[in-house]
Design a protein around this ligand. Structure first.
Ligand SMILES: C[S@@+](CC[C@H](N)C(=O)[O-])C[C@H]1O[C@@H](n2cnc3c(N)ncnc32)[C@H](O)[C@@H]1O
Length: 218
């Protein structure tokens, strides 16, 4: 089962976790605050899933702003459209690493819990930085293993969470642990944001398992 099939099959379950999972609302709030779009801005979310971040951005961009979610899984886009379209969001089915969106129209770009799914996360971040262009805002929210003393005891549970949440059969079994791959990809994505942006802020939340990086594209 590939990722679009996986997220389509489990779209309703994913939506429940994405909106009501413990502490997840605070992470989404932190992403929106870090991206800090202005009223009237156009925000593009890459790998938007069921649109769970849209309500958090809507509060900031207001009725004059636009939110466009991009995802390649039809099932999550159906859930997102049913709920969020009425609230002003638009959704596009496409590969988030090659978003079919005109650069001139975009003020801010973000992704949440997607970097770890991308084979070339740094290249994707470069594409997103080019999409917003100089002066635009870019933010990433991701989960990875924590390095915080005390909380590290929970890393084995996190590894199980990653394994259960990964599309089965999507990765080469000889590629090593899915959690190690996730950690590497998340680190690469956030590092690339740091090289492409100024005013970079990075915060770790949820015991160090969640990382939010944001900046203004140079
Ligand atoms: C863990 S979910 C996160 C969804 C949403 N961002 C959220 O915060 O709930 C990952 C999403 O990224 C999408 N995705 C992963 N790789 C993608 C790609 N290359 N192009 C488009 N969507 C992608 C999946 O379909 C899935 O909906």
């Amino acid at each position: 089962m590939d990722a679009p099939e996986f997220y389509t099959t489990f779209s309703t379950l994913y939506d429940a976790l994405a909106r009501h999972g413990p502490g997840v609302g605070r992470l989404r709030e932190a992403l929106a605050d870090a991206l800090a779009p202005a009223p009237g801005d156009t925000v593009v979310e890459l790998g938007c899933g069921t649109g769970a971040n849209h309500p958090h951005f809507r509060d900031l961009i207001g009725p004059a702003g636009r939110y466009v979610g991009v995802d390649f899984s039809p099932g999550v886009l159906d859930v997102a459209s049913d709920r969020e379209r009425a609230a002003g969001a638009a959704f596009v089915r496409a590969d988030a690493t090659r978003p079919p969106i005109r650069s001139a129209s975009v003020d801010a770009c973000c992704s949440a819990f997607v970097s770890g799914m991308l084979a070339e996360p740094a290249a994707a971040v470069r594409t997103w930085a080019d999409l917003v262009g100089p002066g635009g805002r870019l933010a990433l929210l991701d989960l990875a293993r924590t390095t915080r003393p005390g909380w590290r005891l929970l890393n084995p549970g996190f590894r199980l969470f990653v394994r259960l949440g990964s599309p089965p059969g999507g990765a080469n079994p000889f590629d090593g642990s899915p959690t190690a791959r996730l950690d590497e990809r998340v680190a690469a994505a956030h590092r690339e944001l740091g090289t492409r942006c100024s005013d970079v802020t990075t915060a770790t939340l949820a015991g160090g398992f969640a990382r939010v990086s944001a900046g203004t594209v140079r």
